[in-house]
Design a binder for this molecule. Structure first.
Ligand SMILES: [Fe+2]
Ligand SMILES: [Fe+2]
Length: 298
């Protein structure tokens, strides 16, 4: 069987002008988020986000992986103008590469951003798949010898410092049913939230997945062999069956200054070859970075 080539990127955090403020936004956490973005350093860390994403989109078009994996946080404050901008830069409105996308907590920044369905509208081309009960999440895409299973782990949170997420009981039930009925093939879960930090330690409570234990149980029971995610902006992988029942890979942020990288995977049987592509600001392009060989559970 031919090897499967995937490109995995995350946390691009694009913004836009004008953002499209409404009156109710002034009573939401978007105000503190905007202050953080414009005055407290976040904007500086992502000042090249749009340009670097443009370079990344060009590289992906040229390299043409079999499938693109985007694990969320397209935006800074979840405004539709930001979602649309990110989708346009990725070519989703024209002739996109085949791909899968799930939302991040910044894409669901407020209850109104979540309810608007803006992420699902603009990333619809990367959300085609098999579903249960016609619910939006989870969904599964057949890609060569593998299944990519997109799970939404993001929720709108009221607390200014609350960046936690949850999958929810109903989605967990659908995920169990979906995994039950998928045919043969390596099962790869794609979600925004991590299982653990790069050390293997759990996420802190302001940043964690509230029902992580339930999701890990359903995923392990359903035969998931690999978990791809974002949320953390440093790239890492954890392959330690004492800590997680399957290997996990965090793409890190593709556009945050200093962290900017994404991952290329080549899957052959149960061997996963990981190569990072790291942005070089001098040459203004991505270059090969470190590699890792991961043996997926049988
Ligand atoms: Fe992020
Ligand atoms: Fe996030």
């Amino acid at each position: 069987m031919n090897p499967l080539h995937l490109a995995h990127f995350s946390d691009v955090h694009v913004t836009a002008r004008p953002l499209g403020w409404s009156r109710r936004d002034w009573l939401s956490k978007r105000v503190t988020g905007w202050l953080n973005l414009r005055l407290l350093g976040r904007g500086r860390r992502f000042r090249h986000a749009e340009d670097v994403l443009t370079v990344l989109a060009g590289e992906l078009k040229q390299r043409r992986p079999d499938h693109v994996v985007f694990s969320g946080d397209a935006t800074s404050l979840g405004f539709e103008a930001e979602v649309a901008r990110a989708a346009r830069l990725l070519g989703l409105h024209d002739d996109p590469l085949p791909g899968i996308a799930v939302p991040g907590n910044h894409d669901y920044y407020t209850a109104s951003a979540t309810a608007s369905g803006a992420f699902e509208r603009h990333f619809a081309r990367w959300q085609v798949g098999e579903r249960v009960d016609d619910a939006v999440y989870p969904f599964a895409q057949r890609v060569g010898p593998a299944w990519l299973i997109g799970v939404n782990s993001s929720t709108a949170n009221r607390g200014v410092f609350d960046a936690s997420g949850a999958v929810g009981r109903a989605q967990l039930d659908r995920l169990a049913r979906l995994l039950d009925r998928l045919g043969d093939g390596l099962r790869i879960l794609v979600t925004h939230y991590p299982v653990c930090l790069h050390t293997g330690a759990p996420e802190n409570r302001a940043h964690y997945l509230r029902d992580l234990a339930d999701l890990v149980t359903v995923a392990a029971r359903g035969g998931v062999k690999l978990w791809l995610h974002g949320h953390r902006h440093n790239a890492y992988s954890v392959v330690d069956s004492a800590k997680v029942p399957f290997p996990v890979v965090c793409a890190g942020s593709a556009t945050q200054t200093g962290h900017w990288s994404y991952a290329n995977y080549v899957l052959e049987g149960n061997r996963l070859h990981v190569r990072r592509r790291v942005f070089d600001p001098e040459a203004w392009c991505f270059r090969d970075g470190e590699t890792a060989e991961v043996s997926l559970p049988a």
